[in-house]
Design a protein around this ligand. Structure first.
Ligand code: AP5
Ligand code: MG
Length: 237
């Protein structure tokens, strides 16, 4: 690994190896984590690892993990820590994560956050930044109701703010767009309740460590992306 880290702009240009860029994107259901993560991952060349997307992939493949997880996901509850932690640790150990990782939707409990610290520490790495997308709860319920997700690559759309070029078809891989079972208003309300109970303590955990940066997620998608980029440039190197 190189001694001197790449600047973010060099990393964005895809040049050489740099210090690992390990990031976490936090925020409640529908805050825009997936939307922004795809942009950050493309720009800074880090793999985007979304725990919810991985769990849905397991569900679609009917693996043992997927079938257990589905029972929790469909009612808006968290999947047990041991299952999620081992799934993410396995993913972090794949070679494409050697130079950094962008985690979306993980950690969601303090136990997950400490497991992440342990895994990074074992590799001589350290979390650089936890970005927190803040959006009021009434907006979240509206966003979830208007969300369409690609069945294959999980890219999300909204017909008002970021519609696909062809209705019902993903721009990225032409996959079918569908509405997630857990985007029904009553399930979204439960996801928000769980978020307040289990994930707000994770926000506090990173705030106390001094690595939390808050971003107003109610702004339009491009403005949020620009604000994230500004925070990244200011905080990481
Ligand atoms: P997961 O898939 O992670 O869902 P979530 O965290 O609830 O978040 P969402 O994916 O719903 O929202 P998002 O923030 O990605 O928003 P998006 O960009 O799509 O988790 C699902 C379930 O899996 C959990 O309930 C749990 O059961 C389980 N699970 C996952 N991780 C776990 C873990 N670590 N531990 C235990 N269990 C776990 O945007 C939403 C919509 O808004 C889109 O339509 C988008 O186009 C639109 N939009 C985005 N940004 C903007 C903007 N700035 N303005 C207007 N519209 C916008
Ligand atoms: Mg998401």
């Amino acid at each position: 690994m190189a001694d001197s880290p790449l600047s973010l702009s060099e990393r964005a240009g895809g040049e050489g190896d740099g210090k690992p860029l390990d990031l976490v994107l936090l925020g409640p259901a529908g805050a825009g984590k997936g939307t922004q993560s795809r942009r950050i991952a493309d720009k800074y060349h880090v793999p985007h690892v979304a725990s919810g997307d991985l769990l849905r992939m397991h569900r679609d493949r009917k693996t043992e993990l997927g079938l257990s997880a589905m029972r929790y996901m469909d009612r808006g509850a968290l999947v047990p820590d041991d299952l999620v932690i081992s799934m993410i640790v396995d993913r972090m150990r794949q070679p494409d994560a050697n130079h950094g990782i962008l985690l979306d939707g993980f950690p969601r409990t303090v136990a997950q956050a400490t497991a992440l610290d342990g895994e990074l520490e074992a590799e001589g790495r350290e979390l650089k930044l936890a970005l927190y997308l803040e959006v009021p709860f009434d907006v979240l319920v509206q966003r979830a109701a208007g969300r369409w997700t690609c069945r294959t690559c999980q890219t999300t759309y909204n017909y008002d703010v970021n519609p696909p070029r062809r209705p019902g078809i993903c721009d990225v891989d032409a996959g079918e767009l569908y509405q997630r079972e857990d985007d029904r208003p009553e399930v979204v309300s439960e996801r928000i309740r769980v978020y307040l109970e289990d994930t707000v303590p994770v926000v506090d955990y990173y705030r106390e460590r001094g690595i939390l940066r808050e971003v107003d997620g109610t702004q339009d998608i491009e403005t949020v992306a620009a604000e994230i980029e500004r925070q990244l440039e200011a905080a990481v190197w």
